[in-house]
Design a binder for this molecule. Structure first.
Ligand SMILES: *Cc1c(COP(=O)(O)O)cnc(C)c1O
Length: 361
């Protein structure tokens, strides 16, 4: 069996040990005589799986007691509506920083429900940087400020959070969750689709400070009300059972192999440095993001020549480095190097790029 190195932005690689464990438990989960796929979500054995997943996430992310963890469906994209429906109910104002396509979609969705304001945007330079703002840039009476922490398509990340004063910060962390420690207390709401760094697609994790629950607009559909899911332990309806189970395996993998997110971060920094150092010294390839805002997870790069980019994508795919084609809005290439990408995958990619450069420069 030849497994490829998958540099997809999402869905993306899962740790091989996790896939093996899931395969080994496929027909009979811990003596239950059933697959997790077949279990009632109301069974004791399934309850132990979801409880373990939540407990591990709380431990690994150091989530305080006064935050709820919700396992929802509808992807991170549903949160673009769920956040304003639940939170934009004080002054009815919310400030958005537009740092890419996802941030823009979130902003546009919020504008349907209230006074959403784009306080800054980096679209002028193809979202290749993070706008630097001060507290004065935000409306002090806004119900929240929304950011997209790691911009999957453009490869930028907030290395420092904006100072929003007393206004709760809401962050889409779909593509950086579990990549390094984050201080949950700095946020009102964190949300992430699972398929980048946590599990297969199907579950969206929401981490929400308890005082922000219970303020939804009257028009909010029951399923879009955080209260519904907080009151029912994410079991108001059938949760994405199998995905949550795989997330549990991924969290166990992090704990067993890294102990926590500090060590996870060390590995991620090592992988990213390898790639960025190569790009900075290359005569053929170059990164597209300003150095101070570079993402640890998504690394876009170009040769500056569309034909050569195509050739690179074709030859790298044939060599077992798949999904390196950049997003259609940036062009070029993008290497997504989430937690499950081994160091060896990045080392081999860099060696391949080196060789390509020698042959084509
Ligand atoms: C992938 C992604 C999304 C969309 O996630 P879905 O689960 O497909 O809705 C939103 N935000 C960010 C930052 C992403 O990377």
């Amino acid at each position: 069996m030849a497994r490829v190195y998958n540099f997809s932005a999402g869905p993306s690689m899962l740790p091989e040990a996790v896939l093996e464990k899931a395969a080994a438990e496929m027909l009979d989960y811990e003596g239950s005589g059933q697959s997790v796929m077949e279990m009632s979500h109301r069974s004791k054995v399934y309850q132990s799986i979801i409880d373990k997943a939540e407990a591990l996430l709380r431990e690994i992310m150091n989530i305080p007691e006064n935050y709820k963890v919700l396992f929802l469906q509808g992807g991170a994209s549903s949160q673009f509506a769920m956040v304003p429906l639940n939170l934009m109910t004080g002054s009815g104002k919310a400030d958005y920083i537009v740092t890419g396509q996802w941030a823009k979609k979130a902003f546009k969705e919020a504008a349907r429900y209230g006074d959403a304001k784009a306080v800054a945007s980096s679209e002028d330079k193809t979202f290749s940087y993070i706008p630097k703002l001060t507290r004065d840039d935000f409306r002090p009476d806004a119900d929240y400020v929304h950011i997209c922490m790691n911009n999957t398509i453009y490869g930028t990340v907030y290395h420092e959070l904006p100072d929003t004063g007393d206004v709760p910060l809401v962050a889409d962390i779909s593509s950086c969750v579990l990549s390094k420690p984050i201080d949950v207390t700095k946020f009102g709401v964190l949300y992430a689709g699972a398929q980048k760094n946590m599990a297969p697609s199907g579950v969206t994790v929401v981490i929400i400070r308890e005082d922000l629950i219970g303020k939804a607009m009257d028009i909010t559909p029951t399923m879009f009300n955080y209260q519904t899911h907080a009151d029912n332990g994410s079991m108001f309806n059938t949760p994405p059972c199998y995905t949550i189970y795989v997330m549990k395996l991924v969290l166990e993998w992090i704990k067993e192999n890294f102990g926590g997110l500090e060590k996870m971060q060390e590995l991620n920094e090592k992988k990213a440095k390898l790639l960025y150092d190569f790009l900075d010294n290359s005569k053929l390839f170059k990164g597209t993001v300003v150095p101070e805002d570079r993402s640890l997870m998504n690394v876009p790069f170009i040769t500056g020549n569309d034909e050569l980019d195509l050739k690179f994508v074709k030859e790298s795919t044939a060599a077992g480095f798949v999904n390196l084609k950049g997003h259609r809005s940036v062009g070029g290439m993008r290497a997504s190097i989430y937690n499950a990408m081994p160091l060896e995958g990045v080392e081999k990619l860099v060696a391949f790029m080196q060789k390509f450069e020698e042959e084509n420069a």
